[in-house]
Write a protein that binds this ligand. Structure first.
Ligand code: SAH
Length: 213
C-alpha cells in the first residue's frame, strides 16, 4: 500500500485547507496530515482523495468530507488518552484520525460488508481501535461506558437517549441531527441529569439506521 511523497505533499495541502476553513486544534490538524486518506478509498477515487470531497465506499455509504471529519473531531475537545465511541465506522477514516489524536477508540458499524472490509484495512495499516464492533450504534456500547466523547458519523433523526446515558459527566456527544439535512449538534453532559446543547452549521450525512445487516 503505497504512501509516497506526492500523497504526503497533497496531505499537507489538505491540512492547510482545514486551517484556512477554521480548524485550529493542532492534534486534529496533525492527524489529517498523517492519515493516508487515499488508502481508505476505492482505487478509482484515490487520486482525488485529498480534495475536500465525500466519495462512495460501498454498501451505499460514503466517507465524510475531510472538513466534516476535522470539524467533528475538533468539537470533541478530546485530550490524549480519552475514551471515545464512534458510531458508523464506514471506511475507517474518521476512526484513524481519532487514533492519530492518541485517543482510545471504540467504533461500531452496522453493515457487515463494510465491517469486514475495514477490519482488513485496519490490520494492514496497523490502526488499532480498542474495539471494533459489528452492531447497532443506537445501543451504544453499555459494557464499555461511560465515554469522554461520542461521535456519530451518520444523520440521526433524533438524539438517542441510550447514547446520552453513556457519557461521563463533562462528556461530549457530537451528532448530526435531522432527516434530509443535518444540524451539527454538541451535547455536553453537565451533571447526572443536565445536558447542554449547542448547534452548529448544516451538514449532509447518510442516515443513522437501526439494526444491523
Ligand atoms: N466515519 C465514516 C463515515 C461513514 S458513513 C468514515 O469515516 O468513513 C456512516 C456510516 O454509519 C455508514 O458506514 C453506515 O453503515 C453507518 N451506520 C448507520 N447507522 C448505523 C448504526 N445504527 N450503527 C452503526 N453504524 C451505522
Amino acid at each position: 500500500m503505497k504512501d509516497d511523497f506526492i500523497h504526503k505533499g497533497k496531505r499537507r495541502h489538505l491540512m492547510q485547507l482545514m486551517k484556512e476553513k477554521g480548524i485550529c486544534d493542532n492534534a486534529v490538524l496533525e492527524a489529517i496530515n498523517k492519515v493516508p486518506r487515499h488508502l481508505f478509498l476505492d482505487s478509482s477515487f484515490m487520486e482525488h482523495a485529498y480534495q475536500n470531497k465525500a466519495f462512495p465506499i460501498g454498501a451505499d455509504q460514503t466517507i465524510s468530507h475531510p472538513y466534516t471529519v476535522a470539524f467533528q473531531s475538533e468539537l470533541l475537545q478530546a485530550q490524549a488518552g480519552d475514551k471515545v465511541l464512534e458510531i458508523g465506522t464506514g471506511s475507517g477514516y474518521q476512526c484513524a484520525v481519532l487514533l492519530e489524536m492518541k485517543l482510545q477508540v471504540y467504533t461500531i458499524e452496522r453493515q457487515n460488508e463494510l465491517f469486514k472490509k475495514t477490519s482488513t484495512l485496519f490490520r494492514k495499516l496497523r490502526y488499532r481501535p480498542r474495539k471494533f464492533v459489528f452492531g447497532d450504534g443506537y445501543l451504544g456500547l453499555p459494557d464499555e461506558a461511560p465515554f469522554d466523547g461520542i461521535i456519530v458519523t451518520c444523520g440521526a433523526p433524533e438524539i438517542p437517549q441510550s447514547l446520552l446515558g453513556q457519557l461521563k459527566i463533562g462528556g461530549r456527544l457530537v451528532i448530526p441531527v435531522g432527516q434530509d439535512e443535518q444540524i451539527m449538534t454538541l451535547i455536553v453532559r453537565e451533571s447526572e441529569t443536565d445536558y447542554r446543547k449547542t448547534t452548529y452549521g448544516e451538514f449532509r450525512f447518510v442516515p443513522f439506521l437501526g439494526g444491523k445487516q
